[in-house]
Structures are given as C-alpha cells and as structure tokens.
Design a protein around this ligand. Sequence first.
Ligand code: ASP
Length: 357
Amino acid sequence: MKKQPEKEKKMKKSTSILIIYTGGTIGMINDPETGRLKPFNFEQILIQVPSLKSFGFKLDTISFEKPIDSSDIHPDIWIKLAEMIKEKEDLYDGFVILHGTDTMSFSASALSFMLENLYKPVIFTGSQLPIETIRTDGKENLITAIEIAAAQKDGKPIVPEVCIYFENKLYRGNRTRKYNAEYFDAFESPNYPPLAEAGIHIVYNYDAIHYPKQSKIIKIHTKLDTNIAILKIFPGINQNVVSAIVNAENLKAIVLESFGAGNAPSTNWFNDLLKNAIDRGILILNITQCNAGSVEMNRYETSQKLDEIGVIGGNDMTTEAAITKLMFLLGQDLKNSEIKKYLQTSIAGEISLLIDT
Ligand code: ASP
C-alpha cells in the first residue's frame, strides 16, 4: 500500500457536503417510554455533534421523512438516493449517506452500479451505537466520513467512489460485507484492500482507488429487476428445495453460493435441475460461500460439471455485489449473452480480473 500523508489533501474554503440520513442506529435515540431505539430528527445533528461546525465548510443535511431500520431497505430507496445525488450533483463536492449497518453493503454495491461516471465521493457510514450515547462509534465515523467526502488533491476528489467508512477504514462499498454484529469494526473487504485508513492522519491508498479518465456528468440507472434468488448449498440439501428455487415464477437469475473454489454436489438431479433452468434462460452465477478467495471453475471435477452446463463463474464477488449487479444488469435492455459478459467484467471495481474466462 503506497502511503501518502493527509497533508497532501487540500480543502477549498467553499467545500460543500450533503449528508443524507436514511435511518439506522446512528440516528436513533432511546425512547424512555418503550425502552426501544427509534430515529430522531437528524437535522439537529449539529446539536449532537457540535464539532462539525469546526470544519468551516457548508454542511447540509437531508433526512428521510420516515427514517428506516436498514432491514427495510428496498431497491426503491436506492433509486431515490441515486436521484437525489444526480439532482444535487453540481451543488456538492461530496455526499455522506447515513445508513443502518445491516444492509449497508447491499446499498453501497447497488449505488456503485447505478451511478455511472461517478466522479465525486459517496461515502456510506453509520454506527453500532446511537450517536447520542456516550460510547458511540457514530461521531468518529461521521466526522471522518465527512472529511473524506470533502478531501481533494489538485482540485479533484481523492476518493471519487461509492465507499463505506467504518471504524477507521474506508472500503470500496461493493467489496464489503457486514461480518460483525458486536464489535465496532462491523465491515470487512476480504478481497480488496482498504482505500484509506484513519489514524492520526488519514492515509489514502491511491493505487487502490479508481479514478475516472475524465469527469463526465453522472448518468444514473434507475431500472432494477429483483427476480433473483440465492441458492446457498449445504451437504444434504434437499432436491425439493432446489427444485422450488429454480422453478420460482418469473425467476431470471440465481446467485449460487457454492463451496470453496466454486464446487457443488455432483449428483445428477442437482446438475439436471440447474441445466434445465439455464435452458429456460435463467442465469446462474457461481460465487463462493467462503469469506475470501474466488470461484475457479474447472479446478475440481465438481465445478467442471457446472461449467459444462453454462453456470457463470463470479470470481471473487461478494453476495451483496452479485445480487445488486444482477438487479442492475437485468434492469437494462440486454441479451443474456451480454449480461453474461458484464457479469465477468468489472463495472465498478466489484470483481478482480478473472482467472477463468
Ligand atoms: N438494525 C440497524 C440497521 O441496520 C442496525 C444498524 O444501524 O447498525 O438499521
């Protein structure tokens, strides 16, 4: 990792950042009557975090009318976020999206595909403890996310990507997964290095950050198709269950979560069900259940069969990236052969170069 100290970054006096609060723990308060966490009016964030005033630049906040727990996130909300960013594209230097941690990796992945030609930072963050609590992780996450969204070098944003900032690390959003429900470092990016690490300085990993060739205007894609299933296999998986999934009405694609380097049971009924689905035009994308590493179709006999029947290798994509990439691709007017090609190509840095093509 090529380390560069924070002092290389320059912030214009006129820097402006938009904070969009969608919901999640960061903005919740304890309701004294019920004892449960509920969202508070995030527009009062300056009262909760007065130090934000010291940034000295324009900081605007938009709060969803009805902030939600991110378990209720739906593609319609991704569309709303993409439209908001597009509408405010010229008004702000960067965007910070406050979001519950449970589905943050899905949302960041989806936005990475929906915002074509992105040249400004879109930084998701949240917290494990509400910002009003003494031990909150929310203040540091919010303050540093804003600083990263505003960071510029030679007049250009340092991180013009959709990212997740959490517990001192900045990740490419579509490489992350929530892996910890207890500790403050809730996210990991098993197959791609952090884009920055925040200690006393924020140290950017310039070699890992994607820079667009030129700053074109953002083109948003707001058609998403959710006719997708995940088939997570396990030893002893029942034929009826697999059959129910592959024969689901209107199904267009399946994310097959396979073992290890992309392996699945070699029993005939399993391969026949999958082949039958592929013959009916259903796309099957093979990704690994492992936390890190890639699918390598053909390395074992048990994946060779999948390859032969037309299962597509998803290399090192996370489930979150695979699902949202399929929603995005199925929403475009593309032939299956084109979708297949894009699934094996990097659209927004979500997949490493293919070992097997
Ligand atoms: N359930 C919450 C959510 O995802 C958890 C969190 O914010 O961390 O909205």
